[in-house]
Write a protein that binds this ligand. Sequence first.
Ligand code: ZN
Length: 324
Amino acid sequence: MNYNKKLRAAADRELERRRHTAESIQRQNREEVLKKLPRIGELERELAGTGAEIVKIIAAGGNVKKSIDKLSKENLKVQEERKNLLVSGGYPEDYLEVKYTCPKCKDTGFVEGRRCDCYREILRALAYKELCGNAPLDKSGFDNFKLSYYPDTRDGATGVVPKKKMAEILTFCKSYAEDFDTASPSLLMYGATGLGKTHLSLAIASEAVKKGFGVIYGSAQNLLIKLEKERFGRSGEGEAEEALLGCDLLVIDDLGAEFATQFTVAAMYNIINTRLLSGLPTIISTNLSPEELEEKYTQRITSRIIGNYICLPFCGKDIRQIKK
Ligand SMILES: [Zn+2]
């Protein structure tokens, strides 16, 4: 099934579930109250007869306004009595009302023929879930990032001591995660494979999730596939794109490993540029050097990244090799 159709069907199911739950709770509450306070049943039957009374008054003619005023006064009295009965029976005033998750649309997803805001919220939440589906957010934390894997001897070519450099990067990432909000700067983590880029970007992402921010995490390849499906699916409404452009934090893992096409280059530029313009943070990790990135992704994208992101050069030896 098409990605958007699938999301919309899931959103409809969620609305139906909310409605069903709210209404069955109300039915249970009502049964409970009627057993305990049978007078409430009588009052409700009286209130239900109001419509028929109005029809009768209009048909009878004469001073219709006066009669209707009188009826509505009686009606208010009955409502008042019902309310007082409930309260004196130890129930809240609104105990017999259906409590919808969204009172605006009563969980129908529509207000006066238009999509309610809650519907977009549901779609957005579903898109996050779908996009982040397989991210191992719980396996990579700051606690299990081990500096002992990094050499503490000076690298002959660069003059850098990897353990020292990585300790700085770890400290930076920790405080970045601690202070994270939607005005945080964007980060570029680059360096060879197996140096902990994915680990630290996941650690930041999971801290942001814990704080309640809307985070999307995915490999560049998977995110682009989702976008491509949406773009070329005929019934697309752009939920995936909207989520990628507007989420509080977007983490793009392994940029440059995907197969680049005209579409992916344009889509990636749009994501990076739009998020920079709206001031939303993005974290990109890549095994490519800035020069290689430029070769793959044009200078236009690379200069946006280098010029506006905080660049973190990861160094050391492939940890996956050391662990073996
Ligand atoms: Zn609503």
